[in-house]
Design a protein around this ligand. Structure first.
Ligand code: HEC
Length: 166
């Protein structure tokens, strides 16, 4: 039953789904828990336990990009392409962006689930308005490109105010 409903959710095209912002009486994607959202949108590649698949899908446990809520959010909003190393294993693939499929609320729920349930990172404040800020900043951004792009997420998160170089 559970998987059937997940399946139909996956098959529904994003435009069939109520916008989530205004609907409060129907079950929208915004009502799904972080776990349900993770199983629907991420586990197909990264596995239910986050261990990934060596050579194809990197793990989402014990990586610096899941430890940082802003880096994780940016990965979801922009997607990733090119050659990267995660926990010393090489991946040269592509992850599409999820900014259109996931609301700010969904992203907060996934970030919390991945950080606190799949991993044991301490809770840090991360809100819909933090996601909205990154979303606005990256409206026209392309996919995060390769190792340099991924590493930049970790340095820019520390001092978001002073990232005018480049
Ligand atoms: C269709 C397969 C697929 C799906 C679905 C997917 N990813 Fe990915 N993800 C990838 C691949 C492949 C990469 C590495 C891209 C590369 O090699 O450049 C990646 C990279 C990542 C990274 C950065 C590296 C790391 O492991 O720390 C994170 C974080 C991540 N994904 C989280 C997620 C989350 C959370 C979801 C669910 C919203 C998700 N992904 C959905 C395939 C997928």
């Amino acid at each position: 039953m559970f998987f059937l409903s997940l399946l139909s959710f996956t098959l529904a095209s994003p435009s069939d789904l109520p916008s989530g912002e205004c609907a409060s009486d129907t079950k929208t994607s915004a009502d799904l828990s972080g776990k349900e959202l993770y199983l629907t949108h991420c586990a197909g590649c990264h596995q239910a336990d986050g261990s990934g698949e060596e050579g194809f899908f990197p793990p989402v446990v014990n990586t610096p990009w899941v430890e940082s809520p802003s880096a994780l959010t940016e990965v979801l909003l922009r997607g990733v392409s090119g050659t990267i190393y995660v926990n010393e294993k090489r991946y040269a693939s592509y992850m599409s962006p999820y900014g259109k499929d996931l609301s700010n609320k969904d992203i907060v729920a996934i970030v919390q689930y991945v950080r606190q349930e799949l991993n044991t990172y301490p809770t840090v404040p991360w809100t819909e308005s933090d996601v909205a800020t990154l979303r606005a900043k990256h409206l026209d951004s392309t996919a995060i490109r390769g190792q340099k792009g991924l590493d930049a997420l970790l340095t820019t998160t520390q001092n978001t105010e002073s990232t005018t170089d480049e």
